[in-house]
Design a protein around this ligand. Sequence first.
Ligand code: NAP
Length: 672
Amino acid sequence: MTEAATFVDSSVAILYASQTGNAESISYNIYEEAVKRGYAAAWNVLDDHEKLGFNSLRTVVFVVSTTGDGDPPDNSTKFWRVLRKTTRGNKTAYTHLRYTILGLGDTNYSNFCNTAQRLDSQLQAAGAQAFYAKGLADDGTGLEETVEPWIEGLWAALPAVVKCESAEDVEQVTEAIGRVAIAPANSAPVPLMLDFAAMADLKAITDLECPPWLAPEPAPVPVQADGMAPFAARIASAQLITSPEALKRTWLMSLDLAGHAHSQWRAGDAFNVYAPNDAELVNALLVRLGVSDDEASKLAVLEQVDPKLALPAHLHRFTTEPVSIRDLLTWAVDLSVAPRKQTLRALADCCTETTDRDRLLFLCSRQGVQTFNELRRQAPTALDILHAFASCSVTAGRLIEILPALQPRSYSICSAPADGHWRFAFNVVEYSLEVVDPFSSAEDSSTSLVPAKINRKGLCTPWLEALANKDKKILVALRPNIGGFRLPEADSRPVIMVGPGTGVAPFIGFLQQRIQEIQDGRLAETPFTWLFFGCRHYAYDYLFQSELEDMHANQVLTKLSTCFSRDAAARERFGVPRYVQDEMLAQWEAIGELLVEKDAILFVCGDAKGMGKDVNEAVAEILVKYAEKHPEAVARLVETPSADEGGLSKVQALQVLMLWAKQKRYLRDLWA
Ligand code: NAP
């Protein structure tokens, strides 16, 4: 008898750790499908591991994401503490456990899928055995590319370790929402431009595994399980801090906390804003779903139609708390999230026309991957998709069930606790996309492939902008910086801060903290403090200019280095855009000395994709150059000098940076 055969368990637990909702929603889909396939399954967030008796579970599927600079999501911190305690020095703590892991990450950040990797090695070190190889999905190139085939493989691997009961018929429930016409709303759907020509040559869509069941009816959405409780804060002030010529509009808002969260936060922390979906979009969607105004406002509690399936976490509360369809569509589900294949499959099940159904299934297939990517690039709302697939008669209940939870949006606090307010800066997210109508070419070759523009906007920032100076309250919650991106209190080590654009926000809070420490005597003098700031134009988007220049004049900020990527003078002088890392490289010796000789702390905040990576490379280059000029410094950085150069190689310099990150001397707060 094989070992696997002696270890066939009666149930499987699907546990997730999720920061933005992706891991939660993917794990829920796995759970839902496991139940439909006849497995006894449980689904839970990792921090609720005690409820499930984690230490005695025998078969677990983990779906975990990674956040910040390789950190586990907030809703798994308790689990990690327990895991560390249980596994410390104990090589047999989990010999009874068979597991597999689906990790979600982004290769634009360092420590790709660190949560999944750490979990895997800790479980293995404690005797657990993987029954199926872990999958590591990259949001940088598209999660679906890994997630879909990994889940397919899971269904093949699971029977070796878990017994499968035969699937029972799922009761079909038809929702009785009245189809009363209501006044058309202003928010018109945006037509999608998708080319389905590739379908013509297909005999069959081969690799598509459709769920063998039809959708169970209404099931709504998930609720936030953030560490800190949300509260209402009044918008005390709002000021546009860029000039009309700037590429992006940046607002500086201040929230009156009215005593909430007062003692618990520090400069470097962020907070969540709970923003609704656009009201016009919700109205238009209700019309499309055939839900009347009356029906949309009626309060009701949610019922679990299939008793074997738990509702997604964000919908649990509505099983006892009455809620209206309008509120669920407004506050609970994300109507603008990038489409997922699971969602498209569920919509395909609701199509009455085979063309619509086949096209949706094509989008989910391997052959349709290009068209699927184009669909995602066009960033459609749920309404746009329903408009494009006109025969899809999904009910409001089913749509609420299949859309992911609406996640709060995070902003850095750019004040320190002494201020009594949360100040924050945000760019209004609006952009346009170029699309080409593939059908226009077929009819008229003269107008073929004429690109059209579609306009898109963000969810939270246009909403915040509309509230500016309206004396309104918004729902917020503190999001403490678990990665340690905070200025150590009353610490005399030198500090280098790099923050282009709104990445400068937390440093304004750091500098306020410094002012406070000097004023109350905790610091006798300001330690050497250096800020690198970059924006596009000195005259248009130099954020916090007067504050920074005042602090520089007062020597709270010892050195202020700026660059302006699109100013004509800079372009003329350098020939290419001038960025913060170019300024840093120009001053490599001073930076090298601070880092290598003076134990300086380096903070970097801003865009993860371009800036975060490029600054990392630049700092590594600075270390290499410094070691070349000061060979005696090499021994302070590495045990053995580089074999080739006798100094410090680039690879070694990058390793030094990783070590400093672990030691919290190199801290990064990078945002996608
Ligand atoms: P941004 O787009 O990062 O632009 C700021 C400057 O950086 C511009 O001059 C830009 O130049 C330049 N830049 C472009 N590519 C660069 C690269 N590879 N290396 C270095 N500099 C580069 O500014 P932003 O729009 O304000 O975005 C800041 C980022 O910080 C966003 O990712 C945001 O999410 C994040 N963030 C926001 C907050 C917040 O609370 N709102 C807090 C922390 C961080 P060009 O455009 O001329 O190329």
